[in-house]
Design a protein around this ligand. Structure first.
Ligand code: ATP
Length: 347
C-alpha cells in the first residue's frame, strides 16, 4: 500500500473577504518529496503555504497530512499541533536569543541533553558549529538563513514549508543554500513545499514543480517535464524567453517563415511556434537558414546574439557558447533544433 501523502490539498479554495486567492487547488506531496510552488506575484502561492501551516482556514476543501485531516468542514488543527515546520523569507529569528537558543526554540518538550545534541548536530550540518553563542545581528544573511533552516528542522517535522527561502541571498550563497537545504531534507526524510517566483530555484531544488497562475495549478511535473512539455505558451514563457513565430497548421504541420514544424495534435488553423534560445545553433553542421548578426553581448559562459534572419520581419535573440567567435555584421548559417519547438493553437 502506498503511504498517505505527507501533505495533501483537496479542492482547496480561499478568499480574503471578496478577493479570491485560490480557486480549487489539489496537490499531494509524497513522503520525502520536495515540491516547488512556482508562479508570478499574487498567484496564491503564499496563501497555499499559509493554509498548510494553519495560519489561514480554507474557504472550502481540505488540507491533510499523513492521513490526518488538518483543515476542512468542521475541522481545524492549530498550527502548533500540525507537526509542520515553517521557514519564512525574512528568517524571523528571535533577535534576543543566540543561535543555539533560536534553534532549540521548538525543542522545549525534549530533555535538555537531547535538545543540546539535536542543536549541535543541526548546526554542524548547516556549517555553523562554533557559532552557538552569536546573536542574529552578528550573522550574515546567509548565516541567518542557515539558522532559520536549522530551527525549522529541529523538531523533526515530516513536512517543511519554505516561503522564498533563497530570495534574499546573492547568487553564490544561493547555490550553497540550495545544496544544503536539499541535503538536510534528504537526510531527515522530510517532505518540503517551497514557494518561489524563481524558475531557477524551483529547477535546482524540487522533485516536482507546481506551476501556479491566478489561484490554480496549471501544470505539475518534474523539472524536465515542465521545461520540455509546457502546457501552454504562458507556461513555456515562464521558464525562459521565447521566440515566437506565427504559423498556420495544415494536416498536422505548422508552416512558418523558418519552415515546417510538426504539430500532430493541432487542428487546422492559426498557431504559434515557440522556440527557446538554445533551439538555434550558430555552429551547425547542417544549417537551415541565413542570418546577419545585429548585436552581440558577452556574458561569460555564453554570448547573446541578435540576428536578422532572411525572410523574417523582426530580429530573433539566441545565444552561443562564448568560445564561438561571433562579430556584428557577420553572415551566419543557422541550424534549428525543431524538436525543441512548442507549437500552440492561437486562441
Ligand atoms: P507573492 O509572490 O507576491 O507573495 P503569492 O503568489 O504568494 O504572491 P498570495 O500572497 O497568496 O500570492 O496572494 C494571492 C492573492 O490574495 C493576491 O491577489 C493578494 O493580493 C491577495 N491577498 C493575499 N493576502 C491577503 C490578505 N491578508 N488580505 C487580502 N488579500 C490578500
Amino acid at each position: 500500500m502506498t503511504p498517505p501523502a505527507a501533505l495533501a490539498f483537496r479542492a482547496v479554495r480561499h478568499a480574503y473577504g471578496r478577493t479570491p486567492a485560490l480557486d480549487g487547488v489539489s496537490l499531494d506531496l509524497a513522503p520525502g518529496e520536495i515540491v516547488a510552488l512556482l508562479g508570478p506575484s499574487g498567484c496564491g502561492k503564499t496563501t497555499l503555504l499559509r493554509l498548510a501551516a494553519g495560519l489561514e482556514r480554507p474557504t472550502a476543501g481540505e488540507v491533510a497530512a499523513a492521513g490526518r485531516l488538518l483543515a476542512g468542514p468542521g475541522t481545524f488543527v492549530e498550527p502548533e499541533d500540525r507537526g509542520i515546520g515553517l521557514m519564512f523569507q525574512d528568517y524571523a529569528l528571535f533577535p534576543h536569543l543566540d543561535v543555539a537558543a533560536n534553534v532549540a526554540f521548538g525543542l522545549t518538550k525534549q530533555p535538555r541533553a537531547i535538545a543540546a545534541a539535536i542543536v549541535a548536530d543541526l548546526l554542524s550540518r548547516v556549517g555553523l558549529a562554533g557559532r552557538e553563542r552569536a546573536y542574529p545581528h552578528m550573522l550574515s544573511g546567509g548565516e541567518q538563513q542557515r539558522v532559520a533552516l536549522a530551527r525549522a528542522m529541529a523538531p523533526r517535522p515530516a513536512v517543511l514549508l519554505m516561503d522564498e527561502p533563497f530570495s534574499n541571498l546573492d547568487q553564490r550563497l544561493r547555490r550553497g543554500m540550495r545544496r544544503e537545504t536539499i541535503g538536510l531534507l534528504r537526510a531527515t526524510g522530510a517532505a518540503a513545499l517551497m514557494v518561489t517566483h524563481d524558475p531557477d530555484d524551483a529547477m535546482a531544488v524540487a522533485d516536482r514543480i507546481a506551476l501556479m497562475r491566478a489561484g490554480r495549478i496549471v501544470q505539475i511535473g518534474t523539472p524536465e517535464e515542465v521545461w520540455h512539455r509546457p502546457v501552454d505558451r504562458w507556461a513555456a514563457a515562464f521558464f525562459a524567453d521565447l521566440e515566437e513565430l506565427p504559423a498556420t497548421v495544415r494536416a498536422g504541420r505548422a508552416d512558418t517563415p523558418l519552415g515546417p514544424f510538426a504539430a500532430p495534435d493541432l487542428a487546422d488553423g492559426p498557431a504559434l511556434v515557440c522556440l527557446r534560445r538554445d533551439a538555434f545553433d550558430l555552429a551547425a553542421a547542417d544549417p537551415e537558414f541565413a542570418a546577419t548578426v545585429l548585436a552581440v553581448r558577452f556574458l561569460g559562459e555564453h554570448r547573446t546574439v541578435r540576428l536578422a534572419v532572411d525572410g523574417l520581419d523582426r530580429p530573433i535573440d539566441t545565444h552561443v557558447d562564448a568560445r564561438v567567435p561571433v562579430a556584428v555584421g557577420a553572415r551566419l548559417a543557422v541550424g534549428l533544433d525543431r524538436a525543441q519547438a512548442f507549437v500552440f493553437a492561437q486562441p
